[in-house]
Design a binder for this molecule. Structure first.
Ligand code: SF4
Ligand code: SF4
Length: 442
């Protein structure tokens, strides 16, 4: 009974903490500007089924894709087992699902095979990072916490799978002993081999119960702890990948969105009967007024979808490994753009948590992302094409550039002449529109 009470308390605390952190991240995402995305629903569901559920973009790199699918399928399906563990933990039962008979045996057997697959995949992923030293995992933005985070995730998954198999191996041996409470249920293709290799049946039932209970507690407490680690980790993508893909951009990748206010200004300039657009009123975000800006100075000027992108980033670096700017030695890394955006949203969230409202800290997104990075982008969209969860770093880059040009008059020297020409001549060339046809007369 005491074990059940302790388990219930741990479960309630873990769920409460996780809910609090989810609300914090949702609040941070909504620091961004409102944007309505609910068009072409059938296409959105199809894209989500293909890209998020089917992992279609991951298999563009078959080896990594195969192992990722193994981890993804294994982790999702094995977690069905968690449902049984939770019920058993709350009600003091053991293998409550055993009434399913042969189907239960099939489930437990499949979980074990998948657990072994997850273990193998995690070992391969650790080797890719630590031994093979894949370049995309060793770019400057991956130094320190991002690399540690990736290792923590992989080692934790290995530990959880080991606990799961140990628990089953001890259970299998206890079933062979005919121990009380350990009913004959389940099929154990992997853990039976472990039990036999380690001669577990030679151990006393009391020792086996200690091993089984120890692994059971480690497994479930580990899962609940891991759940609460997610909001602080790139692994949060397992929560956001699906909605992020659903809300992803369906227009052609290279289509650049117009700024409605500027479009209105141009229309009014071309046709004096069209009144110039009214400036949008300032938004109130976390108790502070955020004025309308041209482009993006800070996360408040990006859309909520840009911020959801940032929280969905898996830091896999596929975007950076395809980026022509990065490949030719420029500072720009689209992965870093997403990491910086998320870190800035987190930084603002921490100020709001500490002070109860947003107070300007004198920093902005531009404190983290330099002009040099922004201007290195060719807008080729190789990054958006490569991203396995349809993240769009280019729209953030474009909005930050717009801010530089329109609010700060900060451009690259090579572009200054072109911008002046656009402003004075309505075209990038140094000739007025009245001289546009002169070439036909030569
Ligand atoms: S769009 Fe920009 S950031 Fe993305 S791959 Fe091309 S150059 Fe790199
Ligand atoms: S933006 Fe996409 S491709 Fe780039 S690191 Fe993040 S998840 Fe990977």
């Amino acid at each position: 009974m005491i074990a059940q009470i302790v388990f219930a308390l741990i479960l309630v605390a873990a769920v409460a903490l996780f809910t609090r952190n989810i609300r914090r991240i949702a609040r941070n995402i909504h620091l961004g500007k409102p944007q309505v995305i609910n068009d072409r629903k059938a296409e959105r569901w199809r894209t989500m089924a293909l890209v998020a559920l089917g992992q279609s973009k991951l298999v563009a790199r078959p080896v990594a894709g195969f192992f990722h699918i193994l981890i993804y399928a294994g982790f999702v399906i094995i977690n069905l087992e968690v449902l049984e563990i939770v019920i058993d933990g709350l009600f003091g039962t053991h293998r409550i699902g055993a009434f399913l008979g042969g189907f239960y045996d099939f489930l437990i057997g499949s979980f074990e095979v998948l657990a072994l697959g997850v273990l193998l995949a995690c070992v391969v992923f650790i080797a890719r990072r630590a031994i093979v030293q894949l370049p995309r995992f060793h770019k400057p933005e991956m130094k320190g916490w991002p690399s540690r985070d990736a290792m923590i995730i992989l080692v934790t998954e290995i530990a959880l799978m080991c606990a799961f198999l140990t628990m089953n191996a001890a259970d299998h041996a206890l079933q062979a002993h005919g121990a009380d409470h350990y009913i004959q249920a389940g099929a154990y293709p992997v853990s039976a081999a472990i039990a036999s290799t380690l001669n577990l049946t030679n151990l006393q039932p009391s020792t086996l119960i200690q091993i089984e209970r120890g692994a059971w507690w480690f497994h479930i407490v580990g899962i609940l702890a891991f759940l609460n680690y997610l909001p602080y980790s790139k692994h949060f993508h397992i929560i956001l990948a699906f909605p992020n893909v659903w809300y992803s951009k369906l227009e052609p990748r290279t289509q650049v969105s117009n700024m409605p206010r500027i479009t209105g200004e141009v229309k009014s300039m071309m046709d004096p009967s069209v009144p110039p657009p009214e400036p949008a009123p300032a938004r109130t975000v976390a108790g502070a007024e955020v004025p309308e800006r041209f482009g993006a100075k800070d996360v408040f000027d990006l859309s909520w979808k840009n911020l959801m992108d940032a929280y969905s980033c898996t830091e896999c670096g596929r975007c950076t490994s395809e980026c022509p700017a990065n490949l030719t030695g420029k500072l720009l890394s689209p992965r870093k753009i997403m990491m910086d955006t998320r870190d800035r949203a987190e930084e603002i969230g921490q100020v709001i948590d500490a002070k109860g409202k947003w107070e300007d800290d004198g920093k902005s997104l531009h404190t983290r992302i330099t002009d040099e990075e922004l201007w290195a982008c060719t807008t080729c969209n190789a990054c958006t094409q490569a991203c396995p969860v349809n993240i769009d770093p280019v729209s953030i880059i474009m909005d930050m550039r717009r801010y530089l040009v329109m609010e700060e008059s900060r451009t690259r020297p090579a572009l200054t002449g072109m911008f002046n020409n656009v402003e004075n001549n309505g075209a990038p060339w140094a000739f007025g529109p009245d001289r546009r046809m002169e070439w036909t007369q030569e």
